[in-house]
Design a protein. Structure first.
Length: 245
């Protein structure tokens, strides 16, 4: 469940060009790169297709700067890093499909084998696990996003091509670290909201569908003397107070 939710939100963010355009418009990419904003917006469409398409070829983007001079948007180091990013995204997309398919298959199997309450309990546990994982990740990020972001790149990539110069490299000018921090926060908050909705729905179903048992409790009656002097129980008439839920 945590993997399915997180990879779904990451895939949505990567597949939406408005996310790329937001960074270009918000963080002054045009001023930093010397390339008109319209050219960068057009380049975003090519970047989005490159990262999400199954058969994307080499990333070759030509743009014109503010002086009207045409040239490649990215240098060789940036292009090589984008190829690494694309490989990482393809792995993430595969994990996303497998995790979502696994969750759906398990849900169907549980509905066939067990009562619906079992599925609701499983969803509740999955939501709690998701919240726990994101909470732990949030504590790590709170200690310093810069160090956490650097550690992520060290673990995700086998080279140092991700170490770019914001003074000269257009890729980091278009998508600075502040943008990635905001996107990461948005993905975490969206996943937490989804987990909370799932938690609330599952808990509500478990409460509303809980079985109710009616049990009759017979209270002992005082003994009275029979005809031969033997004690015999005195039977009292049924009373509503003898019934408890």
């Amino acid at each position: 469940m945590p993997v399915a939710l997180i990879t779904t939100n990451v895939r949505v963010a990567v597949s939406e060009q408005h996310v790329y355009d937001y960074s270009v418009r918000t963080y002054g990419a045009s001023e930093a790169s010397g390339i008109p904003e319209g050219e960068l917006i057009r380049a975003n469409g090519e970047i989005q297709r490159y990262l999400t398409a199954d058969d994307a070829g080499p990333l070759v983007i030509k743009v014109r700067n503010n002086r009207g001079v045409a040239g490649p948007l990215f240098n060789a180091r940036e292009t090589a890093h984008m190829a690494d990013v694309r490989d990482l995204m393809q792995v993430l997309f595969a994990v996303h499909i497998i995790s979502v398919a696994t969750v759906l298959a398990l849900a169907v199997a549980m509905l066939v084998i067990w009562p619906p309450r079992a599925l609701a309990m499983a969803l509740l546990c999955g939501a709690l696990l998701t919240g726990g994982i994101l909470g732990a990740a949030g504590l790590v990020a709170a200690s310093g996003f810069d160090s956490a972001w650097t550690e992520f790149h060290v673990l995700a990539f086998s080279n140092d091509l991700w170490q770019l110069d914001p003074r000269t490299d257009h890729l980091i000018q278009m998508f600075p670290e502040a943008f990635w921090q905001k996107v990461t926060t948005l993905i975490v908050m969206s996943t937490l909201l989804e987990a909370l909705l799932m938690l609330g729905a599952s808990a509500a179903y478990l409460v509303l569908s809980r079985p109710r048992f009616v049990e009759r409790i017979l209270l002992p009656a005082p003994a009275v003397a029979g005809p031969e002097g033997h004690a015999r129980p005195k039977l009292s008439a049924p009373s509503p107070r003898h019934f408890f839920r």
